[in-house]
Design a protein around this ligand. Structure first.
Ligand code: SAM
Length: 219
């Protein structure tokens, strides 16, 4: 998935992935991470997700990374947050008291920016990558977050041949086979969500499940 794909989506505001409310799975499963309220949370490929506001309201420092500048500007404007902008290496750093977003490519983000991070939240990030790029992303996520960080990963799985991604299908087998070297993996939920996803119903996708994982970065 080339950067131009995402820039074009944001320019055209074709952002069907963006939710107008906080993700109910975040609300339901975040407490299971048992984090201190002030723990810093990394949100890779954050878009302008309202989930960052939910995490900030819990007391967390939120550190996002997002490729597209318009997405970042819209996040701060739409949430009426006054933002300071600076440049750090290859990223623009947008900063408010509780939500900092590094605007640029996650692959050029430096782990030195994230030494205080204790948690992460991946919704529509792993599943945004086609299979040939997915492992590189997962490795970069593992490189960025400190040992013992805990996080939620939300995936979708469906017969990939029946629909083009993104979102791409990520099976439980893929998660177990590719993430187990770097993470302890616990699947917290797996639900049939076909009827809640009109795009998949319209395209006659035969099944669709959504899974929630608790991941712990190994030492
Ligand atoms: C499917 S969206 C999900 C956004 C957000 N997580 C949400 O739940 O609304 C994927 C996002 O990743 C961003 N993105 C794509 N490639 C990226 C990269 N290499 N580095 C940082 N962000 C990237 C895109 O611009 C897009 O906003």
């Amino acid at each position: 998935m080339q950067p131009s794909f995402w820039h074009e989506k944001w320019d055209a505001q074709q952002i069907g992935f963006h939710l107008s409310a906080v993700n109910p799975l975040l609300v339901k499963y975040w407490p299971q991470l048992e984090l201190d309220a002030n723990a810093q949370v990394f949100v890779p490929l954050c878009g302008k997700s309202l989930d960052m506001c939910f995490l900030a309201e819990l007391g967390h420092d939120v550190l996002g990374c997002e490729l597209n500048e318009l997405a970042v500007q819209q996040f701060y404007q739409e949430n009426s947050l006054k933002v300071a902008v600076s440049t750090i290496a290859q990223h623009q750093r947008f900063h408010t008291e509780q939500v900092t977003i590094y605007q640029g490519d996650i692959f050029s983000l430096d782990a030195a920016e994230m030494t205080a991070t204790m948690a992460f939240y991946d919704r529509a990030a792993l599943i945004a990558w086609p299979e040939e790029m997915r492992l590189a992303y997962a490795n970069q996520l593992a490189n960025l977050i400190p040992a013992n960080s805990v996080g939620l990963l939300i995936t979708l799985d469906y017969p990939q041949a029946e629909l083009n991604g993104p979102p791409f299908a990520v099976s439980d087998d893929w998660v177990q086979a590719n993430l187990a070297d770097d993470f302890e993996i616990e699947r917290l939920a797996c639900e049939d969500v076909l009827s809640e996803n009109p795009r998949f119903v319209k395209k006659q996708v035969s099944w669709l499940t959504e899974s929630v994982y608790k991941l712990t970065r190994k030492s």
